[in-house]
Design a protein around this ligand. Structure first.
Ligand SMILES: *[C@@H]1O[C@H](CO)[C@@H](O)[C@H](O)[C@H]1NC(C)=O
Ligand SMILES: *[C@@H]1O[C@H](CO)[C@@H](O)[C@H](O)[C@H]1NC(C)=O
Length: 965
C-alpha cells in the first residue's frame, strides 16, 4: 500500500524527468529540412536517380560548343548549351570560363546568359537582382585568381586539351559532347566533372499558368515535377521564390580514391561516409546551410553552424581536392563504388571510386580543382586562395573561462581571484549576453556591471583579457540609439517587400545589420571606439554568436530566403557567407578602435571558407556527454584540414552537468584543442576548475599547466598556419600519407610539426587506450620516456585518470616554458626548455617562432624564428629567414634587444646514446665564445629510454649557438 502510493506519487515525476531528459538531448528534427523537404535537393537527387535508371541510354544534355571555344591568357572560354529537347529543340546558353591559375589550380565557372543580361522577369514584383550571385569570390578569396598566361591548349572536334601546372604535368581534357572535364596528373586521371552526367543548371523560365499557355513559352520538359519550382512552405513559412527554380548540380568523381575528408561543419567522422546506398551509412546528403541547430545530434550529416565547401580525396601517396564556391544552401551526396582495375581478376586489385554529387539552390557553378599531390599541397593551394589563419595574439591560445553568465563585475573579479588562489592559469574570462542592459548590445547592465573598467583593470593586472558577446540582432526598442541609427541609415537586412526585416531573437523583436554593405561596416566601426562603447578597454575582445543568422521565428531558425541584402541580392544567394561578413565587420572595428594596432580576437559560431582570416570558431552548443567529447576530435580535425585550424569545442559540454570524470577528461582533451575554452549553459551548475575536489582539481590544473608549458610550440604551429595554411592538429593521413591503415583514424593526431602524438581519452572509466603507430617510427612517452616502436599496429598504453596519452615521435625538438604562471602574458620573458627526442640515427629537428604576441611589429621583422637541429652529437640554433626584407629595421633591433636576456634554461635529450653514460660536461659555443656546461645522464630501465639533462646552458633564444655533446 505504502509502496503503491509512493509509486503512484512518483510516477508523474518520473515521467516528467524522463520527458525532460529526452527533450534536453534531442535535436528538433522537425525544425530542419530533410532532402525530401528541400525542393532543389529532392529535384537533384531525382535527377541522379533518373540517370541511374536510364544507365547507358542516358546522355547529359550539356554540350561545349566547339566553335565558341577560345583559349588565351590562362583561360578557356566558350558556351555550354543545355539542350531542352522537345519537338522544336531549344537550348539554354551557359557561358563558361575555365581558368588555370599560376598555383596549378583549375577553376571552372558556369553562368547563365539570360541572367547575366538581366533578361528575365521576377515574380511578385520582387526587387531582387536578376543575375546569378557572383560575389562569393569577393568574400571568400583573398587573391584575384592569377591566371597562368603561359598555358597552351588544343581544340579538336571532340575535345579541348590544356596542359598546365608544375612542369606542365597536369592536363585538363574538356570533352565537348556531352560536356565533361577530366583532370590528369602525370597521365593519370584524378578528378572527373560531370563524368556521370548529373550536371544540372536549372535555367530561368517564366511560370506557365496551367490553364492557358503563355506566349513565348519554352518547351516544357516532360515529366518534371514542378511542385517545388515556384513556392515552398516549411514550418509555416512560405518562400516566395521570385526567380523560380535556379539550382545548380554537378557530379565530381575521384577515381581510385576511397577516402574523402572536409566539408565542415558536421558532427560526423573525419573520413566522410556514404550518403546513398552504402550499408549502415547515412541516408541524407551532407548539408551545408548555416543554422542554429539546438542540441545537435552525433554521427549525422545534418547541417550545423558553418559551411566550408572544400573536400579532399586521399589514397596512398596521392591527394586531390575540390572547392565548391557557392554561398547558397548546398548538399553533397557521397557514394563509394568498388571497381576492379582489372576486370579479369575480379576482387584482386579492386579499388574504390568515390563519386560525389554537389548541388546548391542558386548562384554560379564555380568549382576549383586541386591536384596535390600531397595533403599539404592541397591545403596550401586552398589556403593561398581563401587566406590564412591570422596569427592570433598569444593570449588567444591560452585558456578561456566562459559561462552563461558571470552575473556581475564582482562575480568576474571573484572568479579571477579564485583562479589565482588555486594557482590555476587562465588568460581570458568571458561575458555572455546577460552583461547588457536588456540584450541591447553596446550597453552594460548598470546594476550588475556598474564598473566594467574597474573589473578590466583587475584582469589587466595579470595581463588577462575580457571577451564580451555581441550578436548581429539589434533590439527593436524605442530610445535605443543603435537601433535608431540602423534604421535611419538604412543598414539593416530587408524583407521581400523591401521593408526593414523584423524577427525574434534574444532581445525579442529585432533587426539585423547587413554587413554586406560597406556603409554598415563603417557604422559598426564607429560603435566600437572606447568613447562610443564606454566600459570597454584595450583588453576587451569579441565573441560573435547567432550569426548564421539565428532568427527564432524564421524558417529553420534562420532568415527567410527571400529577404533582401545590400545591392538587392536575395538572402538565398549568400546565406552561408552572412556570418562571415558580420565577423569581418567586428574584426575591422577592433582593428580601428584605437591607434595601438593590436591583433583583433573574434570568436565566431557561423563561418564560411575564408573565415579563418578573422579569428577562431567553436563547434557550438554541444552536450556534457562522452559522445560529444569523442565527436569533438574528428570535428576539430576536419576544420584543421579545411583551412580553419583555430577551432575548439566547449570544454565540459554546453548543455547539462558533466560528471567530474567527464569534465577532467575534457580538460585533458581541450588542452590540445587549438581554441581552448570552458563554457556552460545558464541552467548548469558552476564548474570552474577550482570548484572541484581532488584529485580532479589537481589533474585539471596539470592539464592547464601542460597547455601553458607547451605554448611556445602552439604559437609556432599557429605561425606556420598563418603563412602556409598548415593544420595545427594533423590527422594521421596528413602526417603519414602513405600509411593506408591509418587513413580513417580520427581519434589521435599530431600537434603541428612537433611530433607530439595525442590520443585523448573520450570514454568513461578508461584505464588505458589503444593507439595506432605507423611502421618504422619510434615514439617515446611524453611523461615516462617509455619506448614504443611503430609497427603498423595498435599498442595499448596506460591512461588512468591523471594521464593524458601523449607520445613524442622521435626526431623532434619541442620548445617549452616550464615555469607556472597565472597567464601567458606573464610568461613573456620566461626562459625556455628544449625537449629533444632523438631518432635512432641520432638526429632531431624543430623550430620556434616568437614575437611580442600582440602587435603587428612582426610584419616589420620584430620576431625570432629559430631552427634547432641535432646531428652528429651537436645541437645548433640557426636563424630561419622567413622574409629577409623585413629582417632589418628598427622594430626588429628593438625587439631583439628586449629578448636578449631570454635564454634556454634547460635541454632534455630523450633517447640519449649510451656512449654518454660517463659524460658530465658538454661544450657550448655562442658568439664565438666557448664554455663548458654540466650534463646529467640517466640510464633508462630498458622499457624507458636513456635521457640526459643540460641545466642552464645559458644560451640566448634569439641567438646563434651550438652545443657539442
Ligand atoms: C572585410 O571586408 C572588407 C570589405 O569587403 C574587405 O575589404 C576586407 O578585406 C575584409 N577583411 C578580411 C580580413 O577578410
Ligand atoms: C635520421 O632519421 C630521420 C627520421 O627517423 C630521417 O628523417 C633522417 O633522414 C635520418 N638521417 C640520416 C642521416 O640517416
Amino acid at each position: 500500500m505504502f509502496h503503491g502510493q509512493l509509486w503512484a506519487q512518483l510516477l508523474p515525476v518520473f515521467v516528467l524527468v524522463v520527458g525532460l531528459f529526452r527533450l534536453a538531448v534531442a535535436v528538433k528534427h522537425e525544425n530542419f529540412k530533410t532532402c525530401e523537404q528541400s525542393g532543389f535537393c529532392k529535384r537533384n537527387r531525382a535527377y541522379a536517380d533518373n540517370v541511374a535508371t536510364l544507365g547507358e541510354s542516358w546522355t547529359s544534355p550539356y554540350t561545349f560548343v566547339s566553335n565558341s571555344i577560345k583559349i588565351g591568357s590562362g583561360h578557356v572560354t566558350g558556351t555550354v548549351l543545355k539542350s531542352l529537347g522537345g519537338d522544336t529543340p531549344q537550348s539554354v546558353q551557359l557561358p563558361i570560363k575555365i581558368t588555370f591559375l599560376q598555383s596549378g589550380v583549375a577553376r571552372v565557372t558556369v553562368d547563365e546568359l539570360k541572367r547575366q543580361q538581366k533578361d528575365i522577369e521576377l515574380r511578385h514584383g520582387s526587387s531582387a537582382r536578376k543575375e546569378r550571385y557572383d560575389e562569393a569570390s569577393s568574400w571568400a578569396l583573398i587573391a584575384d585568381d592569377k591566371p597562368d598566361t603561359s598555358v597552351k591548349g588544343e581544340i579538336s572536334q571532340q575535345e579541348t586539351t590544356v596542359k598546365y601546372g608544375p612542369n606542365n604535368g597536369y592536363r585538363a581534357v574538356i570533352n565537348h559532347k556531352p560536356f565533361s572535364i577530366d583532370f590528369f596528373r602525370d597521365n593519370e586521371l584524378h578528378v572527373k566533372l560531370n563524368g556521370k552526367g548529373l550536371m544540372n543548371m536549372e535555367h530561368w523560365r517564366p511560370k506557365v499558368d496551367k490553364a492557358g499557355q503563355k506566349e513565348g513559352e519554352e518547351p516544357k520538359e516532360e515529366g518534371e515535377d514542378e511542385r517545388t519550382w515556384w513556392e515552398e512552405t516549411f514550418g509555416g513559412n512560405t518562400d516566395s521564390k521570385p526567380k523560380g527554380p535556379e539550382s545548380i548540380g554537378l557530379d565530381i568523381t575521384f577515381p581510385g580514391y576511397e577516402h574523402v575528408y572536409g566539408i565542415p561543419g558536421h558532427a560526423s567522422s573525419l573520413s566522410l561516409k556514404q550518403t546513398r546506398g552504402g550499408s549502415g551509412d547515412y541516408h541524407q546528403p551532407y548539408r551545408l546551410y548555416n543554422s542554429d541547430v539546438f542540441e545537435y545530434e552525433m554521427d549525422s550529416p545534418m547541417t550545423l553552424y558553418g559551411a566550408i565547401p572544400f573536400m579532399q580525396a586521399h589514397r596512398k601517396d596521392s591527394t586531390v581536392g575540390v572547392f565548391w564556391l557557392n554561398a547558397a544552401e548546398t548538399w553533397v551526396d557521397i557514394v563509394k563504388s568498388k571497381v576492379s582495375s582489372n576486370p579479369l581478376s575480379l576482387g584482386v586489385g579492386g579499388t574504390t571510386d568515390t563519386e560525389t554529387h554537389w548541388f546548391s539552390e542558386s548562384g554560379l557553378l564555380d568549382v576549383f580543382v586541386f591536384l596535390g599531390p600531397t595533403p599539404r599541397d592541397v591545403i596550401e593551394q586552398y589556403s593561398e586562395l581563401t587566406g590564412y589563419t591570422q596569427l592570433p595574439q598569444q593570449f588567444a591560445i591560452g585558456y578561456h573561462q566562459c559561462r552563461w553568465n558571470y552575473v556581475s563585475d564582482e562575480d568576474v573579479k571573484d572568479v579571477d581571484k579564485k583562479f589565482d588562489r588555486a594557482d590555476i592559469p587562465y588568460d581570458v574570462i568571458w561575458l555572455d549576453i546577460e552583461y547588457t542592459d536588456g540584450k541591447k548590445y553596446f550597453t552594460w547592465d548598470s546594476h550588475t556591471f556598474p564598473d566594467p573598467l574597474g573589473m578590466q583593470k583587475q584582469l589587466d593586472d595579470h595581463e588577462r583579457k575580457l571577451v564580451i558577446i555581441i550578436d548581429p540582432h539589434i533590439k527593436n526598442e524605442a530610445n535605443y540609439p543603435v537601433v535608431s541609427q540602423l534604421k535611419s541609415k538604412s543598414l539593416g537586412i530587408k524583407d521581400k517587400n523591401n521593408n526593414l526585416f523584423e524577427g525574434w531573437c534574444w532581445p525579442g523583436s529585432s533587426h539585423w545589420i547587413d554587413c554586406f554593405n560597406p556603409a554598415a561596416i563603417e557604422w559598426w566601426k564607429s560603435l566600437f571606439t572606447y568613447k562610443s562603447f564606454t566600459g570597454t578597454a584595450s583588453n576587451t575582445f569579441l565573441w560573435n554568436d547567432m550569426n548564421e543568422p539565428s532568427v527564432f521565428n524564421g524558417p529553420e531558425t534562420t532568415m527567410p530566403k527571400d529577404n533582401i541584402h545590400h545591392e538587392n541580392w536575395e538572402h538565398r544567394d549568400l546565406h552561408n557567407i552572412n556570418g562571415m561578413t558580420f565577423v569581418n565587420a567586428t574584426y575591422t572595428a577592433l582593428l580601428h578602435r584605437d591607434s595601438s594596432a593590436r591583433r583583433p580576437f573574434v570568436l565566431t559560431r557561423s563561418y564560411y571558407a575564408g573565415s579563418q582570416r578573422l579569428g577562431a570558431m567553436w563547434t557550438g552548443d554541444n552536450l556534457a556527454h562522452w559522445s560529444h567529447l569523442a565527436a569533438s576530435i574528428p570535428m576539430i580535425l576536419t576544420h584543421n584540414i579545411a583551412g580553419f585550424p583555430f577551432s575548439g569545442a566547449d570544454v565540459g559540454g554546453f548543455f547539462g552537468n558533466p560528471s567530474k570524470e567527464l569534465l577532467t577528461r575534457w580538460y585533458q582533451a581541450g588542452a590540445f584543442y587549438p581554441f581552448y575554452r570552458g563554457h556552460a549553459h545558464i541552467d548548469t551548475r558552476r564548474r570552474e576548475p577550482y570548484l572541484l575536489d581532488n584529485p580532479y582539481k589537481e589533474i585539471i590544473t596539470q592539464s592547464l599547466r601542460l597547455r601553458y608549458a607547451l605554448l611556445p610550440a602552439w604559437y609556432t604551429a599557429f605561425h606556420a598556419a598563418s603563412i602556409s595554411g598548415a593544420p595545427i592538429l594533423q590527422p594521421h593521413y596528413y602526417a603519414h600519407p602513405s600509411d593506408e591503415a591509418g587513413f580513417a583514424l580520427e581519434d589521435q593526431f599530431y600537434v603541428g610539426s612537433t611530433g607530439l602524438l595525442v590520443k585523448p581519452v573520450v570514454t568513461e572509466g578508461a584505464e588505458s587506450v589503444s593507439i595506432y603507430l605507423p611502421p618504422g617510427e619510434l615514439y617515446y612517452d611524453y611523461f615516462t620516456y617509455d619506448i614504443h616502436h611503430g609497427a603498423g599496429t595498435t599498442i595499448t598504453i596506460d591512461a588512468p585518470l591523471d594521464k593524458i596519452p601523449l607520445l613524442m615521435k622521435a626526431g623532434h625538438i619541442i620548445p617549452r616554458k616550464d615555469r607556472p604562471r597565472r597567464s601567458s602574458g606573464l610568461m613573456r620573458y620566461d626562459p625556455y626548455t628544449l625537449l629533444i627526442t632523438l631518432s635512432p640515427n641520432g638526429t632531431a629537428e624543430g623550430d620556434l617562432y616568437v614575437d611580442d604576441g600582440e602587435s603587428y611589429d612582426y610584419q616589420e621583422g620584430a620576431f625570432i624564428h629559430r631552427k634547432f637541429s641535432f646531428a652528429q652529437n651537436t645541437l645548433t640554433s640557426s636563424e630561419i629567414e622567413t622574409d629577409t626584407q623585413s629582417n632589418k629595421g628598427k622594430k626588429r633591433r628593438n625587439y631583439l634587444k628586449t629578448m636578449d636576456r631570454v635564454r634556454i634554461e634547460k635541454i632534455i635529450i630523450v633517447g640519449a646514446p649510451k656512449e654518454w653514460t660517463k659524460k658530465t660536461q658538454i661544450n657550448v659555443e655562442e658568439d664565438g665564445e666557448g664554455r663548458s656546461v654540466e650534463m646529467a645522464f640517466t640510464k633508462g630501465d630498458g622499457k624507458s629510454a636513456n635521457w640526459a639533462v643540460v641545466r642552464d646552458p645559458g644560451v640566448g633564444v634569439g641567438r646563434g649557438w651550438s652545443a657539442e655533446f
